[in-house]
Design a protein around this ligand. Structure first.
Ligand code: B12
Length: 209
């Protein structure tokens, strides 16, 4: 396990920040740091998140280290003014995991999207109400707990019902990635936040021409 993965896993945010600065100086990209170090480090904590072996403190400290790494990669206040479309993102009801969603928000924001974040544990009615009011060109739904799969499946029919059939639905997160886009009834299933951004870039560009 390399330095950054170890410090994130250990929940040592000071060392994680020192290490990420070293990696940035060496020219490693944010995409590489997030997908090759952060995601596997958090994945390796799976066994601390079971009913028998739940260690809330350790996992939360690692989550805090990830957020410090993100603030080092993308210092707050340096986001550009939005030049692209509006995306509404959420983690649905029953799911309190929001680290991945927050990373997605940062990646989309620094790439020029306007992002409205409905937060975690978000009732599907609240998501749809926000979409009806704000009219985004896409929705990003993050799911880490399998129980949200039936909710994700409902998004497209609810958009149809509300006469918003053209809004794209993009899904991501550990639990959803184990399914398929057909099963989830979404337009795109992203391997990571960067793949999601590329998909949204393609849709946004197409919609502008
Ligand atoms: C951290 C964590 C927690 C933290 C969450 C803190 C927080 N603020 O998020 C805490 C301790 C609170 C927690 C609690 C629980 N957890 Co938990 N948790 C995890 C853990 C270890 C890491 C998740 C994570 O943050 N990964 C890092 C991020 C960066 O990865 P990511 O979310 O996949 O995001 C990346 C991409 O996927 C992408 N992405 C994510 N979403 C989206 C959306 C779109 C649109 C796009 C484009 C991209 C995208 O962007 C990110 C960067 O590329 C996972 C293990 C795992 N393998 O995932 C278990 C895990 C998700 N938890 C699990 C469980 C069971 C629980 C609990 C029920 C445990 C319990 N006994 O109470 C509770 C309660 C959960 C609830 N009701 O929601 C299970 C879920 C099993 C399942 N499939 O249903 C897992 C898989 C662990 C396991 N046992 O295997 N957990």
């Amino acid at each position: 396990m390399n330095g950054l993965m170890k410090w994130v896993k250990d929940g040592n945010k000071e060392q994680a920040v020192t290490e990420v600065k070293r990696l940035m100086d060496r020219g490693e990209t944010a995409e590489h740091i997030i997908t090759q170090y952060i995601e596997p480090a958090m994945d390796s904590l799976s066994n601390k998140c079971t009913a028998e072996n739940f260690n809330l403190l350790e996992v939360m400290l690692s989550g805090r280290a990830v957020m410090s790494v993100m603030q080092t990669l993308f210092p707050p206040g340096t986001e550009p003014a939005p030049t692209k479309g509006l995306v509404v993102i959420a983690t649905l009801e029953g799911d309190v995991h929001d680290i991945g969603k927050n990373i997605l928000k940062t990646i989309l924001t620094i790439n020029g999207y306007h992002v409205i974040d409905c937060g975690k544990d978000c009732p599907i009615e609240q998501l749809i109400d926000t979409v009806k009011k704000e009219k985004p060109f896409a929705i990003g739904v993050s799911g880490l707990i399998s129980s949200v799969v039936p909710l994700v499946k409902k998004i497209k029919p609810l958009l149809q019902e509300n006469k918003l059939p053209n809004i794209k639905v993009c899904a991501g997160g550990a639990a959803l990635k184990q399914a398929s886009k057909e099963l989830l009834n979404v337009d795109f299933l992203a391997e990571n936040a960067f793949a999601g951004q590329s998909y949204l870039d393609a849709v946004w560009t197409r919609e502008q021409t």
